[in-house]
Design a protein around this ligand. Structure first.
Ligand SMILES: NC(=O)c1ccc[n+]([C@@H]2O[C@H](COP(=O)([O-])OP(=O)(O)OC[C@H]3O[C@@H](n4cnc5c(N)ncnc54)[C@H](O)[C@@H]3O)[C@@H](O)[C@H]2O)c1
Length: 365
């Protein structure tokens, strides 16, 4: 008799549309588990952390929160940021607190073009486009190093230093990750994003490590592209891309560009991975709390649902992950689109369409 495999997931919807899209993703995963004939199940625990929690406690999360999270199989995150808390306080107090302390050093951000969703790129109408941004997620420009000083000298005299950190170890592990990922893809190519013409210390180390690691992967094509040129390439020659590896800030910016090219920030998925599995990994849409549309029920749930598919991959449920992706494509392809991608459907309509496509799929597991 087969036993049910239960995955324990900590959900942190946090702020704004984060709550709407996490709820949508949970429903999709529960529907998937419900049709698995007892093969697997999800055991959810929701944490109330975020900007409302801050308003009550002065903290973004429980001081013992990391301890509470560390034994979960994964974390499913919404988005953080609201007007009552400065953005750097909310981000560092919750999301970066988790990614940094759980050493989630690899951030995977696929750029997917969906049927029925119009891309602002004319090229996307006739060219198959599909690439993934691999973001170094533990150091670089978001290492949190620096400080502010000299405000005592009076108005206009304060200084601030924000230091980017590049370690050989940090560069090497993200590059090896990118090369291994490239080997699993049809086009085996890694594009390294650099700015070593201007940033002569950190980015030169980045380039040197890239060139050294590349020698171990002779079957994978490589290129090294300056970040400014890469932003142009995303638009003019995206068919040349397969795996794009970049530092924390560069990848953050480029992946938003990628999702905008695919049609909307609301479509973009991401996985913050601790590849050694010493800590739980965290899955979240790329977008923020979208205060302009929060509470209206019109947010696009696809970024969060596609992030849930990445979580299924992390659990080894690859067939199920592909089923969720196929259900997303079936929903968009049949015109279930929220306003950000030119439709009139709301969050609920799109979620329901995805669940329906999932549970009607002939390959029900
Ligand atoms: N990972 C995170 O938690 C994260 C990421 C980015 C920004 N933020 C925070 O979110 C807040 C708002 O930031 P912002 O406005 O720069 O970025 P944002 O991603 O929240 O919104 C940018 C634009 O994209 C749209 N958008 C975002 N998600 C959408 C969705 N699911 N469906 C449809 N449209 C969507 C918004 O309506 C807005 O027009 C800030 O406090 C910021 O610090 C958090």
């Amino acid at each position: 008799m087969s036993t049910t495999q239960t995955f324990s997931i900590a959900s942190i919807p946090a702020d704004g549309v984060g709550k709407e899209v996490v709820s949508a993703g949970r429903r999709v995963l529960d529907a998937l588990a419900g049709s698995s004939n007892g093969k697997f199940a999800f055991d959810w625990t929701e944490f109330p952390w975020g900007s409302e929690y801050y308003a009550k406690t002065g903290l973004m999360m429980d001081p013992k929160g990391l301890e509470a999270l560390k034994d979960f199989d994964a974390i499913y995150f919404g988005a953080v940021g609201w007007e009552n808390v400065p953005d750097h306080v909310s981000l560092w107090g919750l999301r970066l607190n988790i990614t940094q302390n759980f050493d989630q050093w690899a951030n995977i951000r696929p750029v997917k073009f969906l049927p029925g969703v119009q891309s602002p790129l004319r090229k996307a109408d006739t060219t198959e486009l599909d690439w993934v941004v691999v973001r170094e997620n533990s150091e670089g420009e978001y290492a949190g190093l620096g400080g502010r000083n000299l405000s005592g000298r009076g108005p206009g005299n304060e200084v601030a230093l924000q230091t980017a950190l590049f370690t050989e170890k940090g560069c090497e592990r993200i590059m090896r990750f990118a090369f291994e990922l490239a080997r699993t893809r049809t086009v085996k190519k890694v594009s390294s994003v650099t700015k070593s013409n201007a940033q002569q210390y950190g980015m030169v180390l980045w380039d040197e490590v890239f060139n050294r690691v590349a020698l171990d992967y002779p079957d994978v094509q490589t290129e090294s592209v300056l970040v400014d040129a890469m932003s142009a390439k995303f638009i003019l020659k995206p068919e040349d891309l397969s795996v794009v590896v970049a530092s924390n800030l560069n990848a953050d910016i480029l992946s938003d560009l990628g999702s905008a090219l695919a049609g909307s920030l609301g479509l973009a998925a991401s996985a913050n991975l601790n590849p050694e599995r010493r800590f739980p990994s965290m899955f979240e849409p790329v977008h923020g709390s979208a205060p302009d549309i929060a509470g209206k029920g019109i947010s696009n749930p696809i970024g969060a649902i596609a992030s849930a598919a990445l979580m299924l991959d992390h659990f080894g449920l690859h067939e199920e992950a592909r089923k969720v992706e196929a259900a997303i494509e079936a929903a968009t392809g049949s015109g279930h689109l929220t306003r950000d991608v030119g439709g009139e459907a709301n969050t609920e309509d799109v979620t329901e369409a995805i669940i329906k496509a999932l549970t009607l799929s002939p390959a029900t597991v």
